[in-house]
Each structure stands twice: as C-alpha cells, then as structure tokens.
Design a protein around this ligand. Structure first.
Ligand SMILES: [Zn+2]
Length: 210
C-alpha cells in the first residue's frame, strides 16, 4: 500500500527510455509501470513496491520480470516484453522511494553530500548492507496517512520505521526526494543497458521497436 505518484514514474521512465524506444512501445511500458499501483496491486504485493522490508522479494521480482522480457523476445511475441519491462521499472523505481537506500548513501558524506545527479544507484556496500530496510505498513494508520488532512495525526501515531515516515514518494518529503528521483532515473537507464547486454542486437532492436 504505497505509491510514488504516477507523475514521477512517468517522468523518470520517459527521461530514461524516450530516446531509445518507439512511441507505442514507450506507451505500453509506461502503462504497465503505472498499473503496478492499481488498487489490487496495493495489497499483499510487498515485492512490487519494496514495502515491509521485502528487499529480497523485490530483487527477485525484478529478476523474474527481466526473465519474462528475455523469454518473450525468444518467441515472436513483443507485447509481453514491454509489459514485463514496465513492471520491472516500477519496482526498481520504488526501491529508492521506499527503502532507506538514499539515506544510507547520504550518510556517507557527513552532511555535505554531492548533488543529486551524482548519486550511485547501485553502490554494492549499500545494496548489500544489513542496515538496508524499507518502510513497514502499519494499518490502519499508514492508510489514513494518504488522506492529507489526517496526515499529521497519522504520523504522530506511526513509528519511525513506517512507510508514512520513510517514504520518498513526493517532494513534500524534503531534500532527500531529488536524490530518490535521480537514483531511480539512473537505475531505469541501467536496467535498459543491462538488457542491451543480455539480448542479441536483433532481439534488442525488436524490443525497442525503433
Ligand atoms: Zn509502487
């Protein structure tokens, strides 16, 4: 139960992919990305949003979707590859909004961090750090958090390891938000580059539809 608002998922996906994909491919990838936050994907799907400390499950989910991209492109199909890639990107982007990765990265710099574009989205020591965790969903307070007038009251009752306190879903969350956006955008580019390496040139150009 958590969502970085659609606007940011769209902007980051366009920033990373637009130069590389056809318009119709990009449209389907974005639609699949946004569908991850649909009502029925909010419950019992911690792996999709890296909620509730589902770090390993989230990582596995990304690998699984990457597998679907490859499997689809080994057949004549294409639609399934775009959908799986959109799903993968959503989860990869949520990683930076719902875990403390950005905080761990900033903590390395004793209060004088480099600007957001310099964040490394996959620093090995941090990705594998035992301190890496994500916001826990405490119901009903983490649901009431989304009703804006109730937010201050919900936060008073929520523990600091809750999604309500930890999320970097919107600019309201302060100076860490631009780091989450920068990291998630770079990560999206990284995921595309990884597929470029894994696919044959013929498969890759079928995938990008350009
Ligand atoms: Zn999400």
């Amino acid at each position: 139960m958590s969502r970085m608002i659609a606007k940011y998922h769209i902007e980051m996906t366009i920033a990373a992919l637009a130069p590389h994909f056809s318009e119709r491919a990009l449209e389907i990838i974005i639609a699949a990305n946004l569908k991850q936050d649909s009502f029925w994907n909010q419950f019992g799907h911690d792996e999709i949003h890296y909620d509730n400390n589902a770090i390993d499950k989230g990582n596995r989910y990304i690998n699984e979707q990457r597998g679907y991209v490859l499997a689809t492109l080994l057949s004549p199909g294409i639609l399934g590859a775009w959908i799986a890639f959109g799903r993968l990107l959503h989860t990869a982007q949520d990683f930076y909004a719902h875990t403390n990765y950005v905080t761990l990265w900033l903590d390395q710099y004793n209060g004088a961090p480099p600007p957001p574009p310099e964040i490394d989205p996959l620093k090995k020591e941090l990705v594998q750090s035992p301190s890496l965790h994500s916001g826990k969903i405490y119901l009903p307070m983490d649901a009431l958090y989304f009703i804006k007038p109730l937010r201050p009251w919900a936060l008073k009752l929520l523990p600091k390891d809750s999604h309500g306190w930890m999320n970097l879903d919107t600019p309201d969350q302060g100076p860490k938000f631009p780091y989450a956006i920068a990291a998630a955008t770079q990560r999206s580019t990284y995921e595309l580059d990884l597929l470029r390496k894994l696919l044959s040139p013929e498969m890759f150009s079928r995938f990008t539809d350009k």
